[in-house]
Design a protein around this ligand. Structure first.
Ligand code: SF4
Length: 704
């Protein structure tokens, strides 16, 4: 590593899945100077606007600093940690005794560190005995998880960021990468300038990313799978299928191709399905077909769909059919939304996973049970986020512990979610901030959790790279790390022997040991080389791409170039797709289709980025972008207000003319909510219709 300025700490940005390395130098007054870490492979010293402004977001003015208990009047009293932890443990014990362990649920977050996630998942699934652990990552990339598990036999991103440097064609599907993964987009632009790589953007909305593209395909919402099924047909018709790779490493190719021929028999049919001109489709197909080094990357425009698993599968199929996977400069690539969405997947923090990328097959349950010496191991999949809130509304779940996320704003049908949370018998929230939509549902206990800069652990970015987040500020007030809070509750529940961790390093070492436990190379997630890490080695840990099995010093940049998939027969499994369609269509009552997403300079519900005036200067207020023809059609006034209503809820937003928004569509950012912008809560409008495999809701196409 290059020498650091005195007192600079190497850490990782807490925002998007690019996972940029950050150098933080505390100023001694509670703030810090921020710079990019030139030695971090993800960003090589660059930061985007959000990362650069991190130093402006470190104040304590909005923080919760002490445990709080709701009183009879509905306000909060400060209590000590002992009282809070005893009350939480007694409440959980009482509900498990009266209603069974499955009346308890944990709702976690891609903002948590891997170590926090690990202990929460272990307590719930191994010791309390509830499988109901899910996360806001369900809303982010669970369709990719489901597709990769279905096709590869494991939740494995095959490539590395270096592939964006070496690709000759980069296809971005459903991703405003320029705003949502800015530093990675800069790498793509470097490639375009240095090597003349081509860029194709597939998105119903013309975004900042599209402005830089060679080709923009503004396809009809919900038609991505038809476009890629047509590409598979085109590749087969041109004789460009890598028959050798398919014969050695793939099953289901012929059935999948026959299914693709039904969905998209020719370019004319694809044109009808996508609303794209035939010439544009033909040009895209020919460019993809004739460019060996192609990376197809996607994000929430593909994932947040009631057919997200099939959409991702359709992309994977094209790369598998041509053997363009796991080789430098080519492959399918999921752009993860959150800083640690992948770390949560690694520990099993999804309702359909158990731990260390193991699921609920009997031998996997038994393996995890023996490793944890777990007295009450969960034996079946739990409820996914939207189902979980339904169970809360129906009082099948009576206690919920929410950590580091704001489901009353971010879940679809968010008014219903907030009302359900308010009706819990025991509602616990571990939080940084004193005010948000979920806290407005009045949890019984608010537990003050450490924030970025104070907490210590690991995160995993979109290219499977594990990086350290390191503390450079003291814990303020009575704030504690999330893992500490969980372990103290576990001890009070009588499980202390399994939760005697001396620090984050101790948890990470156990997590690493579990990944390697009875792993004969048939499980993808293996960081066995880190199983024995002590605190000093953990503190020195350099960013590394998993797998890192025992005896392997370096990480693994790519997988699957020579097969080696993680299905029982070590082959990828192509499957036929359902007929592409939206979960619900517009009609005379709800004639417009609402798309949602991020803006460049804000993150989630703005609890951190909202503290920086510089970041708020880019886009200062919530709005809805409307095509000028629809502004006229609905008698709206640009700069005036419009009430949007769906079958689920409503919002009031300022009207902006959106040239990039197609007629019949709208776009609204997700960030504004809470006391100052409660009418702009987009989650209230979004429909809770989910993908049958992943459980991910269709957040980007709600009729309004
Ligand atoms: Fe942070 Fe993402 Fe920006 Fe990098 S690109 S600085 S990880 S927000």
């Amino acid at each position: 590593d290059a020498p650091l300025a005195p007192a600079a700490t190497r850490t990782t940005c807490p925002y998007c899945g690019v996972g940029c390395g950050v150098l933080a130098t505390p100023d001694g007054l509670g703030g810090a100077a921020i710079a990019g870490d030139a030695d971090h492979p993800a960003n090589r010293g660059r930061l985007c606007s959000k990362g650069s402004a991190l130093g402006e977001t470190l104040g304590l003015g909005s923080r919760v600093l002490h445990p709080l208990k709701r009183n009879a009047a509905g306000s909060y009293d400060r209590i000590g940690w002992g009282e809070a932890l005893d009350a939480v443990a007694n409440g959980l014990r009482s509900i498990a005794a009266s209603h069974g362990p499955e009346a308890i649920a944990f709702y976690l977050s891609g903002q948590l560190l891997t170590e926090d996630y690990y202990v929460a998942n272990k307590l719930a699934k191994g010791f309390i005995g509830s499988p109901h652990v899910d996360t806001n990552s369900r809303l982010c990339m669970s369709s990719t998880v489901a597709a990769q598990r279905r096709v590869f036999g494991s939740d494995t991103v095959p490539g590395a960021y270096e592939d964006f440097d070496g690709a000759d064609l980069i296809v971005l599907a459903g991703s405003n990468t320029a705003w949502c993964h800015p530093v990675l987009f800069r790498r793509m632009q470097d490639n375009r300038q240095g090597r003349s790589a081509r860029l194709v953007v597939l998105d119903p909305r013309v975004t900042a990313t599209a402005e830089d593209a060679d080709m923009v395909l503004a396809l009809r919402p919900g038609s991505d799978a038809a476009l890629f099924a047509g590409l598979l047909v085109h590749l087969a018709g041109r004789g460009l299928v890598d028959r050798s790779y398919v014969a050695r490493h793939v099953t289901g190719f012929e059935e999948t191709l026959a299914n693709a021929c039904e969905i998209a028999p020719d370019i004319a049919a694809v044109s009808v399905a996508t609303d794209l001109p035939t010439e544009q489709i033909a040009a895209f197909y020919e460019l993809w077909a004739s460019t060996p080094h192609v990376v197809t990357a996607w994000s929430q425009g593909v994932n947040q769909s009631a057919q997200g698993t099939d959409k991702v599968s359709a992309i994977l199929n094209c790369h598998l059919a041509t053997g363009r996977i796991g080789r430098p400069g080519c492959g399918p690539f999921s752009l993860t939304g959150q800083p640690n969405a992948m770390g949560g997947r690694e520990v099993g923090g999804l309702a359909n996973m158990l731990a260390a990328h193991m699921g609920y097959a009997p031998e996997e349950v038994d393996r995890v049970r023996r490793f944890w010496q777990a007295p009450n191991i969960a034996r079946r999949e739990g409820l996914k986020a939207v189902q979980m809130l339904d169970a809360v509304a129906e009082h099948r779940i009576r206690a919920m512990w929410v950590m580091a996320t704001n489901p009353a704003a971010s879940l679809p049908d968010a008014d219903k979610a907030r009302a359900a949370l308010a009706g819990l018998d025991l509602f616990i929230v571990s939080e940084n901030v004193l005010s948000n939509d979920t806290l407005s549902a009045k949890p019984h206990y608010i537990l003050p959790a450490a924030a970025w800069g104070e907490k210590d652990g690991t995160v995993t970015n979109s290219e499977r790279r594990i990086s350290r987040q390191r503390a450079f500020l003291p814990l303020p007030g009575e704030v504690k790390p999330d893992w500490w809070i969980v372990c103290e509750v576990a001890k009070r529940l009588g499980f202390g022997a399994a939760f005697t961790y001396t620090g984050a390093h101790h948890i990470y070492a156990e997590h690493a040991a579990l990944s390697a436990f009875e792993n004969d190379g048939r499980r993808d997630f293996d960081i066995g080389a880190h199983a024995g890490l002590d605190k000093a080695a953990y503190d020195r840990l350099r960013p590394v791409q998993w797998p890192v099995p025992v005896q392997q010093r370096e990480g693994t940049a790519r997988l699957f170039a020579d097969g080696g998939f993680f299905s029982p027969e070590r082959r990828a499994q192509m499957r036929p797709l359902a007929t592409p369609k939206l979960a619900s269509e517009t009609d005379s009552t709800f004639p417009l289709l609402l798309n949602t997403g991020r803006v460049r300079d804000h993150w989630h519900t703005m609890t951190r980025t909202g503290l920086s005036p510089r970041l708020s200067a880019h886009i200062a207020e919530p709005s809805v972008s409307v095509n000028p023809a629809d502004i006229a059609r609905f008698g709206l006034i640009e700069g005036g207000f419009a009430r949007l209503a769906s079958a689920h809820g409503s919002a009031v937003l300022k009207v902006a003319a959106g040239e990039g928004v197609a007629q019949g569509s709208l776009f609204a950012p997700i960030h504004w909510s809470g006391e100052t912008a409660s009418d702009a809560r987009i989650g209230a409008l979004a429909q809770p219709l989910c993908d049958p495999f992943s459980g991910q809701p269709e957040m980007k196409a709600t009729p309004v």
